[in-house]
Design a protein around this ligand. Structure first.
Ligand code: CZF
Ligand code: MG
Length: 183
């Protein structure tokens, strides 16, 4: 059964397709669920998945991904507001804010939420890295300024990024649960 991934973000879909290639096809559903205001990605994702599941008639399971960049020296900003900050301020200006800081450590986090008739499950993934001046043409969002092990995530192939990324880790937790549940 195809995984119905509710997102408007093509980059998230590309990564999920690559990761789930041998498991299930991924169908992108472009439904704009309510992103509640919360400092918890898990609450935002779970609420969104529930809404998207109910909206589609309450029969077909859905997957939602809520993600954010948490800059250590900025108290975790932009965190759950990362999409808003990307749209308003932009990645380059967020980098200029972070480069003023001695500590350039940051975390990227994703929570996947899967809703079906039995309830909603969430799966977390996180990766620690360093913010750097933008490099690389791949990936999306903040990938050009997020460096892990000497490479920005925009310098990695989708497969390389999935092997170390927040989303790859959340997808690993999800697939483990998904396989057990099918068995
Ligand atoms: O460097 C990055 N590497 C990633 O792997 C990644 N994943 C998400 N993002 C960005 O973080 C915000 C999340 O917001 P978000 O979860 O609401 O997503 P979104 O609004 O783009 O799509 P949707 O799924 O909500 O439709 C948005 O600015 C995304 O561009 C990433 N940036
Ligand atoms: Mg969004």
């Amino acid at each position: 059964m195809a995984i119905r991934f509710v997102t408007g973000n093509e980059g998230k879909v590309r990564e999920a397709r690559e990761y789930l290639a041998d498991i299930e096809p991924v169908e992108q559903i472009d439904y704009d669920y309510t992103e509640i205001q919360s400092d918890s990605l898990a609450e935002i994702a779970a609420h969104g998945a529930r809404e998207a599941f109910d909206e589609a008639g309450g029969e077909q399971p859905v997957l939602v991904d809520d993600a954010g960049l948490f800059v250590d020296a900025l108290g975790g900003f932009p965190g759950p507001y990362s999409a808003y900050v990307e749209d308003t301020v932009g990645v380059e200006r967020l980098w200029r804010l972070a480069r003023e800081e001695e500590n350039r450590r940051a975390h990227f986090k994703t929570v996947l939420a899967y809703a079906d008739e039995t309830g909603t499950e969430t799966f977390d993934g996180s990766v620690a890295g360093t913010l750097v001046a933008p490099r690389g043409e791949g990936g999306f969002g903040y990938d050009p300024i997020f460096e892990y092990n000497g490479q920005t995530m925009a310098e990695m192939s989708t497969e390389e990024k999935n092997a170390i990324s927040h989303r790859g880790r959340a997808l690993a937790a999800f697939t483990e649960w998904y396989a057990d549940r099918e068995a």
